[in-house]
Design a protein around this ligand. Structure first.
Ligand SMILES: Cc1cc2nc3c(=O)[nH]c(=O)nc-3n(C[C@H](O)[C@H](O)[C@H](O)COP(=O)(O)OP(=O)(O)OC[C@H]3O[C@@H](n4cnc5c(N)ncnc54)[C@H](O)[C@@H]3O)c2cc1C
Ligand SMILES: *[C@@H]1O[C@H](CO)[C@@H](O)[C@H](O)[C@H]1NC(C)=O
Ligand SMILES: *[C@@H]1O[C@H](CO)[C@@H](O)[C@H](O)[C@H]1NC(C)=O
Ligand SMILES: *[C@@H]1O[C@H](CO)[C@@H](O)[C@H](O)[C@H]1NC(C)=O
Ligand SMILES: *[C@@H]1O[C@H](CO)[C@@H](O)[C@H](O)[C@H]1NC(C)=O
Ligand SMILES: *[C@@H]1O[C@H](CO)[C@@H](O)[C@H](O)[C@H]1NC(C)=O
Ligand SMILES: *[C@@H]1O[C@H](CO)[C@@H](O)[C@H](O)[C@H]1NC(C)=O
Ligand SMILES: *[C@@H]1O[C@H](CO)[C@@H](O)[C@H](O)[C@H]1NC(C)=O
Length: 573
């Protein structure tokens, strides 16, 4: 009866607009499902859970609604998004990198990371998901069943103006709301780079969205084919909810605390322009991403007891695993100066003739480099077992055969220093690293950034793997036909040749791929039904829940994870 009355009030007081500012009138104060975070996981959950008009669903997002932002909608601009739409986090000095700190910025907008990311759409090796199913006890995550979730959330449209052939397994795409298409056009670097990889590694082009883990990918990306603008959580799932009166997406709402009555989560408090508001909920689902979800749990008293007590936070549940198992793809870079024929950031930013041409092409019909996600070829591959000989490695030697160890990719922008010439930055990453880091709190104040301890290449086996991969990348860049395009290796430079010097160069220029996962993992912190073990009324569905990283970029998997979890939640309730 109580539920019926509040539904009636709710319907009577809300307008049709589902996107609301945090200080608006009419925000529901008692939800069935309260979702914290509007990233890909949160947006899919909000859409799926609100299909039943009897479910009152509220999603709270700290960041703004940047739906009309040119910076975000234009693919080539993504590296330059460093405004209000990101949490501008920097990591702690990493001892494994001789003290280097790196940017770990995270999306902070309706759409989360998908509003600001590099748009690569890649699912990777099937055995990752089979292993997740085993670890979590959730059979739905095994590739054979999880595949349906990928089909449910996305569809592929070929770019009508595409300039090259691409291997696409059309059976791997369904008719879900998220549109994916090609990553870009031809800058002049892609094909020579792909040829050099084929020659050096003996691998070939594949579609990494059908369960294939190893090969060369010409890049599927979350870009609308017709106008080459960003396709993301907001554009794919927002419109489906537009006419629903039982769902609200509230932006500018920074959740500072989850309230627990004994071991049951009962409400969340959010901050907006100096005011606090509390919403109670039957079920709370955290989708704040792998850095902010463990932070919010710890602020609310769920985490390692000693750390919480040292900060004066009352302990609700002692959970040492919260914040641990932070895994990311660290990337170590090689910056190149290339011939002016290679169309890079330099042409469309530094040369006014080229810049106006690029703008005109993009405005007329979405063509030209502004619609490209900055260069798009990547390759994933195995490292020879001999690299770990004598290291007593148990991690790498036990990975299934479909699992790549490493990835190389490039972007047509300078990463280290802007240079007065056409420039490309290539990088090497370990995609199944052995080492993990940790997220902790620096204080009990919700506004303070968390402490992010990366621990990249933290084991001997990781270091051997990275050194081999980085050297292999430089060898590939020294092959015909890509070699002809390179004027100079700007970083680390041709004088860097010994293993010691190469290792120092790796340590100095390692960055995050922005793929953190694992901090509230299935199988340890979470049970098979996405619930925090030992607590009630609270689940976690986002990259925090990944037990370990996928073999390429994670966003494709986050959308599918949201879809799978929404089915599980509806079934369980
Ligand atoms: C710069 C960058 C480039 C990337 N490039 C790629 C790429 O090319 N391909 C790819 O696959 N992946 C890429 N990624 C990673 C990908 O975007 C993320 O893995 C993905 O978005 C994670 O989804 P999520 O739902 O777990 O969390 P997020 O996308 O991080 O979303 C979490 C949301 O929750 C909100 N939130 C957090 N805490 C709170 C709180 N306390 N109160 C209210 N709201 C809160 C955040 O503001 C955010 O909007 C990139 C990420 C970044 C940052
Ligand atoms: C985007 O711009 C359109 C056209 O100006 C406007 O109607 C709409 O309200 C804007 N949307 C947002 C979320 O700002
Ligand atoms: C681009 O095209 C898509 C699909 O037609 C559309 O939904 C979107 O609004 C367009 N975006 C812009 C910025 O024009
Ligand atoms: C939120 O829940 C906690 C725990 O039951 C309770 O102490 C607190 O008063 C609640 N907050 C509000 C504003 O209702
Ligand atoms: C700018 O680009 C135009 C067109 O490609 C070219 O003719 C011109 O030489 C370039 N200017 C400079 C300074 O490189
Ligand atoms: C797109 O517009 C440009 C002019 O800006 C033109 O040169 C080009 O031919 C057009 N391409 C297509 C495929 O329509
Ligand atoms: C090798 O690794 C195993 C398992 O991690 C460990 O128990 C053993 O002590 C190691 N041996 C040596 C020589 O380091
Ligand atoms: C960049 O190159 C141009 C053309 O060679 C030259 O005129 C200019 O001074 C250079 N700028 C810088 C910052 O080196």
């Amino acid at each position: 009866m109580h539920r019926l009355i509040s539904l009636v009030t709710f319907f009577a007081t809300t307008a049709a607009a589902i996107f609301l500012e945090a200080d608006s009138e009419g925000i529901i104060d008692n939800a069935d499902y309260l979702i914290v975070g509007g990233g890909p996981a949160g947006m899919v959950l909000a859409e799926r859970l609100s299909r039943d008009p009897n479910h009152r669903v509220v999603l709270l997002e700290a960041g703004p609604d940047t739906f009309n932002s040119t910076l975000q909608n234009t693919p080539a601009y993504f590296p330059f998004i460093t405004d209000d739409a990101v949490w501008d986090y920097t990591t702690q000095p990493d001892a494994s990198l001789a003290g280097t700190t790196v940017s770990m910025r995270q999306g902070r907008a309706v759409g989360g990371g998908t509003a600001v990311n590099g748009m690569a759409y890649c699912r990777g090796a099937a055995s990752v998901f089979d292993e997740w199913a085993t670890i979590s006890g959730n059979d739905g995550l095994a590739w054979e069943s999880f595949f349906q979730d990928f089909l449910d959330v996305s569809h592929y449209v070929d770019d009508p103006n595409s300039e090259y052939e691409q291997v696409i397994d059309t059976a791997a795409y369904g008719n879900g709301p998220l549109e994916v298409s090609r990553g870009g056009g031809l800058s002049g670097f892609e094909i020579p780079f792909a040829r050099a990889i084929e020659q050096e590694l003996g691998i070939h082009e594949v579609d990494m969205n059908d369960g294939t883990g190893i090969g060369i990918d010409r890049g599927v990306a979350t870009i609308f084919a017709g106008n080459r603008t960003r396709s993301y959580g907001r554009t794919a799932f927002g419109p489906l909810m537009a006419s629903r009166v039982n769902v609200q997406i509230v932006y500018g709402a920074w959740v500072s605390k989850i309230g627990f009555a004994s071991n049951r989560a009962v409400n969340v408090t959010y901050q907006s322009k100096g005011n606090a508001r509390t919403i109670s909920a039957r079920e709370i689902i955290l989708s704040g991403g792998a850095i902010n979800t463990p932070k919010l749990l710890m602020l609310s008293g769920v985490g390692p007891r000693d750390q919480l007590e040292s900060l004066g936070i009352p302990v609700v549940a002692d959970r040492p695993e919260i914040g641990s198992n932070l895994r990311d793809h660290g990337v170590s870079i090689v910056q190149l100066l290339v011939t002016p024929e290679v169309l890079t950031y330099w042409q469309w930013s530094a040369n006014s003739t080229e810049e106006s041409l690029a703008r005109e092409q993009y405005a007329t019909n979405g063509t030209g480099p502004l619609g490209w996600a900055e260069g798009f070829i990547y390759a994933t591959f195995r490292i020879p077992d001999s690299v770990w000989e004598g290291l007593n490695d148990t991690h790498y030697n036990s990975l299934p055969r479909d699992r790549p160890h490493a990835m190389i990719q490039y972007a047509s922008i300078p990463f280290i220093a802007s240079v007065n010439s056409s420039s490309v930055t290539a990088w090497a990453a370990l995609v199944q690293p052995a080492s993990s880091g940790r997220v902790t709190l620096q204080s009990s104040e919700y506004r303070d950034a968390p402490l992010i301890h990366t621990n990249y290449y933290g084991t001997k086996a990781d270091r051997a793997a990275m050194l081999w991969t980085y050297k292999k990348l430089r060898e590939i860049l020294n092959q015909d036909p890509v070699r002809q395009l390179i004027v100079e290796e700007f970083y680390p430079g041709s004088a860097v040749t010994t293993d010691d010097d190469i290792w120092a160069a790796i340590q100095k220029q390692t960055l995050s791929f922005f793929h953190p996962v694992g901090t509230v993992a299935l199988g340890s912190a979470l049970d098979s039904d996405w619930r925090l073990r030992g607590l009630e009324g609270i689940r976690v569905v986002d990259t925090s829940a990944f037990p370990f990283p996928t073999t390429c970029h994670p966003q494709a998997v986050v959308y599918a994870l949201g879809n799978r979890a929404s089915k599980d939640i509806l079934e369980a309730d």
